[in-house]
Write a protein that binds this ligand. Structure first.
Ligand code: FAD
Ligand code: FES
Length: 289
C-alpha cells in the first residue's frame, strides 16, 4: 500500500502571473467555466489544489479569491490551459462573469496540499453544490489517466470511482459528462427531485451507491454542513474520508491567517490550521466541526 507524501509548502507557486482568458461560458444556472492560458498551473497542479484569481485591470474587489483547478488541457507543447468552474456568489464572481476571451486575469498557484490518498479499491467522490470542481482531476488520476484526460502509462490507483453529487435542483449540475467520460459511475441527487434521487447526497450514499466499507474511501468537497454530515456518515461506518475545505482566503500562501479551521491536535485538544497551506484537504476525523 502506497503512503501519502508529506505536506508540501507551495509558496514558490505564489508567483503573480497575468493569464489570458481563452474561453468563458455559462455551463449551468449561475455557473461559469473559464479557461486560462497558464502553462505553469496546467503543468503542475495536482488533484485538490487551487489557485487565487483576481481581476487584472482593477483593484476592486481587493482580495483574490480561491478556486479549485477543475481541469487542464494541453497543446502540442504540453500542458497549457487551466480550467476553473465557479458559482456566481458575491462581488468577485459577479465581476468575473463580465470578463471576455482576450481579457486577462491575475492568478497565482497551484497552491495548497490536495488529495494525497493511498491506493484504494473503490474511491467514492462526494460533491455538494459546486464541490465537484475539486474532484475531476482526482478521478482521472485514480482511473489511470493523464492529467489532461489523455492516456497515461500509469496503472489505475482505484478499481472503481463513483461520484455522488447533490445539488438543490437539476439546473445546478455543470459538466457532469466530464466525470462520465473520465470513467466514473455517476449518481445524482436533488433536493427538489428534478434530477436523480430526491434528497441529499447523504441519502444517496445510503441508498444507491453500493458502497462496501471494506473497500471504499471517500473524498468530499462542498458546503461545510454537507461535509460534516458526510464525515459523520463515513466515521459511523469506519470508512476513511478526506474533505476539501472551502474556507474564505485572502492571500492563499500562509501569511494572513484568514483561512483557519479548527483541527484536532491528536491529544484531546485542537489548534487552528491554515487551510491554504496545511489544507485545503484534511482527514475528516481531524476537523472540529
Ligand atoms: C480551496 C478553495 C477552492 C474553491 N473552489 C471553488 C470553485 O472551484 N468554484 C467556486 O465557485 N467556488 C470555489 N470556492 C469558493 C470561492 O472561493 C468563493 O465562492 C468566492 O470567494 C466567492 O467570491 P465572491 O466575491 O463572489 O463572494 P464574496 O463576496 O467573497 O462572498 C463570500 C462570502 O465570504 C466572505 N469572505 C470572502 N473572502 C473572505 C475573507 N478573505 N475573509 C473573510 N470573509 C471572506 C464574504 O464576506 C462573503 O460573506 C473555493 C474556496 C476554496 C477555499
Ligand atoms: S489565506 Fe492567508 S494564511 Fe491562508
Amino acid at each position: 500500500m502506497a503512503t501519502p507524501s508529506p505536506l508540501v509548502c507551495h509558496a514558490d507557486a505564489a508567483t503573480y502571473r497575468v493569464a489570458g482568458v481563452v474561453a468563458h461560458d455559462q455551463v449551468a444556472d449561475s455557473t461559469w467555466r473559464i479557461r486560462l492560458d497558464c502553462p505553469p498551473i496546467a503543468a503542475r497542479a495536482t488533484p485538490g489544489q487551487f489557485a487565487m484569481l483576481r481581476l487584472a485591470d482593477r483593484n476592486d474587489p481587493l482580495l483574490a479569491r480561491p478556486f479549485a483547478v477543475y481541469d487542464v488541457a494541453s497543446d502540442a507543447d504540453g500542458p497549457r490551459y487551466a480550467d476553473f468552474i465557479y458559482l456566481v456568489h458575491g462581488r468577485f464572481t459577479q465581476a468575473l462573469t463580465r470578463v471576455r476571451p482576450g481579457d486577462a486575469l491575475a492568478v497565482w498557484g497551484p497552491l495548497g496540499n490536495g488529495f494525497r490518498l493511498p491506493t484504494v479499491e473503490h474511491l467514492v467522490l462526494v460533491a455538494g453544490g459546486i464541490g465537484q470542481t475539486a474532484l475531476l482531476t482526482l478521478a482521472r488520476e485514480r482511473l489511470g489517466q493523464a492529467q489532461d484526460g489523455g492516456p497515461s502509462p500509469d496503472r489505475p490507483l482505484a478499481r472503481r470511482v463513483t461520484l455522488c453529487w447533490g445539488a438543490r435542483h437539476a439546473g445546478m449540475f455543470a459538466c457532469v459528462d466530464d466525470f462520465r467520460r473520465a470513467g466514473c459511475e455517476v449518481h445524482l441527487a436533488t433536493l427538489d427531485g428534478s434530477m436523480g434521487s430526491k434528497g441529499t447526497v447523504v441519502d444517496l450514499l445510503d441508498g444507491t451507491a453500493g458502497i462496501d466499507a471494506a473497500t471504499a474511501r471517500i473524498a468530499c468537497c462542498g458546503p461545510e454542513p454537507m461535509m460534516e454530515a458526510v464525515s459523520h456518515w463515513s466515521a459511523a461506518r469506519g470508512i476513511a474520508c478526506d474533505v476539501s475545505l472551502e474556507t474564505p482566503m485572502a492571500c492563499g500562501i500562509g501569511i494572513c491567517f484568514t483561512c483557519v479551521a479548527k483541527v484536532s491536535d491528536g491529544e484531546g485538544g485542537w489548534d487552528y490550521r491554515r487551510t491554504c497551506i496545511e489544507g485545503p484537504v484534511f482527514d475528516a476525523k481531524q476537523i472540529v466541526w
